[in-house]
Design a protein around this ligand. Structure first.
Ligand SMILES: [Zn+2]
Length: 271
């Protein structure tokens, strides 16, 4: 069935019944302090600009974010990352070698197609060990490099979501299209929405929709700066943070681990 036809069917009233939000289904869930939605800011790869420029902005505006580290990169800015830990930012695991599909030519030496669940487990364990040794904190949250969740090829392909579920409290994807429903989300596959290259005004409609639905938006970025490839603009962040911190907008801003722990503590789940 083609995509347009399928979308049309999904939008018929009977099918839309399955897409109601938790509020409409009377599932008891409330964000803390009367908030209407939650937003987590997350940044991947331990790019240098994150501690060279980004954390100073976040700290000046008193916002705590989640950083998913690749140890080899973080080890080149150890003092910056130690400061980030001291400021209360959350340190997550983003693997050891950042394996993605070998269709990315730069990932050929560490292509997911050539991985096994055992080699992935080793890599995630080793990454945690190095981060803990460097910063004194052991990551409990993970982000899938490139948002890709498989190892192997063809009939031998396996998902490594169960491995992430076993080792971490959350696993975050990338370039996804919907925020998370706190009463439904699988914590091993929380969605990540790209904020690189976007203006605040581009993100706002999605955030306002999330407020109406009581969702959890996890934004994902890479470089933190003025512009360029895979860059979350500091001008956008300033506007976004001003919006999020305006009490009138009723947004709870917290790192990924804190939000997921809160959701779990409420027990308001479908299953
Ligand atoms: Zn990455």
């Amino acid at each position: 069935m083609n995509t347009i036809l399928r979308s049309a069917i999904l939008c018929m009233p009977l099918f839309c019944m399955h897409h109601l939000t938790f509020a409409q289904k009377n599932i008891k869930f409330s964000w803390p302090d009367g908030k209407e939605a939650a937003i987590s800011l997350s940044f991947d790869d331990a790019r240098f600009s994150q501690v060279d420029r980004g954390t100073a902005l976040l700290d000046s505006l008193q916002v705590k974010a989640t950083f998913y580290l690749v140890p080899a990169a973080a080890e080149q800015r150890i003092d910056g990352w130690k400061k980030a830990v001291a400021a209360g930012h959350e340190m997550g695991n983003h693997s050891l070698f950042h394996p993605c599909s070998g269709n990315f030519e730069w990932s050929r030496d560490h292509a997911l197609e050539n991985y096994t669940l055992d080699s992935m487990r080793y890599e995630l364990t080793e990454s945690n060990r190095r981060i803990e040794k460097m910063l004194g904190v052991k990551p409990i949250v993970f982000a899938y490099p490139c948002g890709q969740k498989f190892v192997g090829r063809g009939v031998n392909t396996k998902s490594y979501v169960p491995l992430v579920a076993d080792m971490f409290i959350t696993g975050r994807g990338f370039m996804e299209e919907t925020p998370n429903d706190p009463t439904y989300v699988d914590f091993a596959q929380i969605t990540g929405i790209e904020m690189d290259g976007k203006d605040f005004e581009q993100l706002l409609p999605m955030i306002e929709d999330a407020r109406k639905k009581g969702q959890w938006v996890v934004l994902a970025g890479h470089e933190m700066g003025d512009g360029g490839v895979q860059t979350t603009r500091l001008t956008m962040l300033r506007k976004l943070i001003a919006y999020m911190k305006d009490p009138a907008n009723k947004i709870w801003v917290a790192p990924v681990g804190e939000v997921s722990s809160f959701i779990k503590s409420t027990g308001a789940r479908h299953f």
